[in-house]
Design a protein around this ligand. Structure first.
Ligand code: GTP
Ligand code: MG
Length: 152
């Protein structure tokens, strides 16, 4: 099944939008396969946005991404890459439609709340970078036992 990498950027976390954003993907019907809160360093952010390294806004973009914790997620479902981008909205919030995440919650292109992979290939690359150990399989009986506080 198709997967995409979604990251709530530091402004989204700081503004308390994590629940709202996760809710939109859940209510659409996609499945959450991996999730972690972490702060990345400069080298990691430069790797994630390597394709944009020649852009004039690159250094500012890296500073923004490392400025605080982000929520990194893997979401799964039919056409989740393309549909995820639609849920997120256009890169520049000035052009994102109301009803999209950026359209509803952002004003500046340099503080646009959320990242989503732009193609199936880049999704695979980004999931590999952010989740190098893979995403957990939470369906195992041993995990359920842990949730229920059982002994085994
Ligand atoms: P991501 O999901 O974050 O990858 O955004 P995107 O795919 O919609 O856009 P793109 O990959 O082209 O750019 C990555 C990020 O760089 C954007 O989300 C913005 O935060 C930032 N960015 C893109 N273009 C500009 C720009 O012209 N000025 C500034 N300040 N930031 C930009
Ligand atoms: Mg992009």
């Amino acid at each position: 099944m198709e997967q995409t990498f979604i990251m709530i950027k530091p402004d989204g976390v700081q503004r308390g939008l994590v629940g709202e954003i996760i809710g939109r993907f859940e209510k659409k019907g996609f499945s959450l396969k991996g999730l972690k809160l972490l702060t990345v360093d400069q080298a990691f952010a430069e790797k994630h946005y390597a394709d944009l390294s020649s852009k004039p806004f690159f250094n500012g973009l890296v500073e923004y991404i490392i400025s605080g914790p982000v929520v990194a997620m893997v979401w799964e479902g039919k056409n989740v890459v393309t549909t995820g981008r639609k849920i997120i909205g256009a890169t520049n919030p000035a052009e994102s439609a109301p009803g999209t995440i950026r359209g509803d919650f952002a004003i500046d292109i340099g503080r646009n709340v959320i990242h989503g992979s732009d193609a199936v290939e880049s999704a695979k690359k980004e999931i590999g970078l952010w989740f190098p150990d893979g995403v957990a399989n939470w369906c195992g009986l041993s995990q359920i036992a842990v949730f229920l506080n059982l002994d085994e």
